[in-house]
Design a protein around this ligand. Structure first.
Ligand code: ZN
Length: 229
C-alpha cells in the first residue's frame, strides 16, 4: 500500500490490454461467492467471530459482549461489505443531456468509508469525480452511490479508484472520466507506524483527462475551497 501524500496515477498500470486490465482491477472473489445467502453468511460469520472473541479470552456470557458476534456478522454482510455482492450494485438510469452541456462536470468531496483488505480496519476519505457527457447524464446522487458501492468491500485504495473509474466509463458510455481519492488508512494511523497525519492519494484519468490542461482544470476545481454557506 502506498502511503503519505503520494499521488498515484493508476492509469500508469494500464497496458492497453483490456482483458488483463479488467481482471487485475477486479476484487478477487471465488466463483461460488454468493451460493450462500446473506442469512447463512451472517449465521456462519457470527459463529466464527464468537470463536475469535473466545480465543481472545473474552467472556461471551457478559451482557455487553453477548450480542457482538451477531452484530459484527450483520454489519459485515449487510453494511460494510455489501458491495461485494453484484446484486447490490446501484442501477444507474441515464438521462438525455438536454442542455447540451459540453463542459466538465465535477462532483467533489464525496465522503466514503471502506476497509483495508490487509487489516480489515477502515479507510475513509473523499472522492472527487469528473466526466464529460457523451450525450447522456446520470443523477448526481448515483455518483455517490457508485463510490459507496465499491467502497463497501475489503479494498486497496488503488483498486477502489480504478473500479469507480471503470464503472463510470461503462455507465456514462465515455472514456472521459476522472477520479481522485484522498484517504486516511486506520491501519497506518491507529497501529503499526501510528502515523495520524499521512494521507494517500490515488487518481484515475482517462480520455480527455489525460490532457494536461483538462487535468489541471479538474485538479484546480477540487482544490478550490468550498464557499462559506
Ligand atoms: Zn492495512
Amino acid at each position: 500500500m502506498k502511503r503519505n501524500e503520494t499521488l498515484l496515477n493508476t492509469q500508469l498500470n494500464h497496458d492497453n490490454d483490456d482483458d488483463h486490465f479488467s481482471s487485475s482491477s477486479e476484487t478477487p472473489l471465488r466463483p461460488d461467492a454468493f451460493e450462500q445467502d446473506d442469512e447463512l453468511k451472517i449465521e456462519l460469520i457470527s459463529k466464527h467471530f464468537k470463536e475469535i472473541m473466545h480465543i481472545l479470552g473474552l467472556d461471551l456470557e457478559d451482557d455487553s459482549l453477548q450480542g457482538t458476534p451477531n452484530r459484527v456478522a450483520k454489519m459485515y454482510v449487510k453494511e460494510v461489505f455489501s458491495g461485494l455482492n453484484p446484486a447490490n450494485k446501484p442501477k444507474a438510469r441515464l438521462f438525455e443531456n438536454k442542455y447540451n452541456y459540453d463542459q466538465m462536470l465535477v462532483e467533489k468531496d464525496i465522503t466514503f468509508y471502506s476497509h483495508c483488505e490487509h487489516h480489515f480496519v477502515p479507510i475513509y476519505g473523499k472522492a472527487h469525480v469528473a466526466y464529460f457527457s457523451s450525450g447522456k447524464v446520470i443523477g448526481l446522487s448515483k455518483i455517490n452511490r457508485i463510490v459507496q458501492y465499491f467502497s463497501k468491500r475489503p479494498q486497496v485504495q488503488e483498486r477502489l479508484t480504478i473500479q469507480i473509474g471503470n464503472e463510470l466509463k461503462s455507465i456514462l458510455q465515455t472514456e472521459d472520466v476522472a477520479v481522485v481519492m484522498d484517504a486516511s488508512h486506520m491501519c497506518v494511523s491507529s497501529r503499526g507506524v501510528n502515523d495520524i497525519n499521512s494521507r494517500t492519494g490515488t487518481a484515475f484519468f482517462d480520455g480527455k483527462f489525460k490532457d494536461q490542461e483538462v487535468k489541471r482544470e479538474f485538479l484546480n476545481y477540487i482544490n478550490t475551497p468550498t464557499p462559506e454557506q
